[in-house]
Design a protein around this ligand. Structure first.
Ligand code: FDA
Length: 413
């Protein structure tokens, strides 16, 4: 039923990102009349910049253990109901070339634009109405949900109503791409609890002392094992994943302000202010072994010669300046060896939401039914994608969560 200012649908979805688009197509395919609203000037903007412009759209090895949440079990049913093979089948149906880069990470071979087109085509086939450049001015629930909108720029205000409202407005990461805390505000408006948000998959910033030691080496990288120190994690509820040690053997990159690279981004999701992270700079190696053989030279040049092949030469030399062995005895060399495998850095902070790939925390999963993503207390209200307190590791897991959670809601509304 339509009049000049009020239009009624079966479902209104807020946010035309990965989760919103996928949910809209799923619900539309099932015969629902779906409206998808976004304040941005085009759909799927974050998809376009993802994966260096090639969208790492899933990970072949997706398991619930690859996600952080106050409730580590919550994501299980969604991830089981919609698997990497399901999104791969859709990508293949649309004849989009893709490839595995590393560690099960699947990327579009041409461009992330292929993935946005896939989602747009699926929505079009499912007769989804998409309105971009649309500002949401108020949400209420007199009986059905009521969404008041105004266009960005000139134009008439329009009110939409529906028995189902799906919030897919994402997290706080990259505000310049249109990210807002709107989804969290809606949750609060309807009395749902939030888990405190924080930037995740984010570069870390050195303390002034570490910055003075290392930042001039910006651009150097090395393979390390990174771990956000679990012993030092704050006490939290027993269902939390915060305290579980997670280690990542990947590249570390020194930046002009601190540390980045996949190993650090992964560890950052587990990091809390004031905690150290631990870095093994020579995974699986006994660097000092050549100095411990009979008749071996035990001096500075010999030690530098063993370290240089393992780390970039300038990094190795700096390490020796900052962490010199106090002697060349067996005990001193053992301490030097240990320091290399357990470089403890206490970051001053992170680079924040401006540089974070995702937002950890969000709508408390205790508020949602894991099979439908519907609020347990507000019938017809759904939350999907990054706005929910489920955060994936780096490597395609966050898109897999977007697809899987959207699929749950799309089938339920
Ligand atoms: P998403 O943020 O995609 O969409 C939310 C939508 O809501 C946006 O279109 C926004 O405009 C809209 N919106 C927000 N506030 C609104 C409001 N007030 N009114 C109306 N609309 C509003 N993940 C991965 O798995 N593989 C990868 O390769 C990458 N790469 C990557 C690179 C970079 C630079 C970033 C920042 C992030 C990634 N990610 C990623 C993470 C991934 O992009 C992210 O987890 C998903 O896009 C989340 O999908 P959602 O649909 O939940 O939110």
């Amino acid at each position: 039923m339509t009049n000049s200012t009020t239009q009624t649908y079966d479902a209104i979805i807020l946010g035309a990102g990965a989760a919103g688009l996928f949910c809209a197509a799923e619900a539309g395919r099932r015969g629902k009349r779906v409206l998808l609203l976004d304040h941005a000037d085009r759909i799927g903007k974050k998809i376009l910049i993802s994966g260096g412009g090639r969208a790492n759209f899933t990970n072949l090895h997706t398991r619930p253990e690859n996600f952080l949440s106050e409730n580590p079990h919550f994501a299980k049913s969604a991830l089981a109901a919609f698997r990497p093979a399901d999104i791969i089948a859709l990508v293949e149906k649309h004849q989009i070339p893709y490839h595995e880069k590393t560690l099960g990470q699947l990327f579009c071979t041409r461009s992330a634009q292929d993935l946005v087109k896939l989602l747009a085509d699926e929505c079009a086939a499912a007769h989804v109405t998409i309105l971009t450049n649309t500002r949401i001015t108020a949400i209420s629930r007199p009986d059905n949900f009521r969404v008041d909108t105004a266009p960005v720029g000139a134009g008439p205000a329009v009110t939409f109503t529906a028995p189902a409202l799906v919030v897919a407005t994402g997290g706080l990461s990259i505000p310049k791409m249109g990210a807002t805390g709107f989804g969290h505000e809606i949750a609060t408006q309807f009395g749902l609890n939030l888990v405190a948000t924080r930037p995740a998959l984010v570069p870390l910033v050195f303390s002034p002392e570490d910055a003075a030691n290392w930042c001039d080496l910006s651009g150097l990288s090395a393979e390390v094992i990174a771990q956000a120190n679990p012993q030092a994690a704050p006490k939290s509820s027993s269902r939390s994943t915060r305290n579980r040690p997670a280690t990542f053997r990947e590249k570390l990159l020194i930046t002009h302000r601190g540390l980045s690279g996949p190993a650090i981004l992964q560890a950052s999701s587990y990091w809390h202010p004031g905690q150290p992270i631990t870095l093994d700079l020579a995974p699986g190696q006994t660097v000092t072994a050549p100095l411990l053989t009979p008749n071996a030279r035990r001096d500075w040049p010999a030690l530098a010669a063993t370290l240089r092949p393992l780390l970039p030469a300038r990094f190795a030399d700096r390490w020796l300046e900052v962490h010199p062995p106090e002697a060349f005895t067996n005990a001193a060399l053992a301490r030097f060896e240990h320091s290399l495998h357990a470089w403890t850095v206490t970051p001053a902070g992170t680079e924040g939401y401006a540089k974070a790939e995702v937002t950890a925390g969000g709508v408390d999963t205790a508020e949602l039914d894991a099979r439908t993503m519907q609020s347990r207390t507000v019938p017809g209200l759904y939350f999907i994608g990054e706005v929910v307190d489920v955060t994936g590791w780096l490597g395609g897991y966050n898109f897999q969560w977007a697809w899987a959670s959207a699929h749950q809601a799309g089938r339920a509304i």
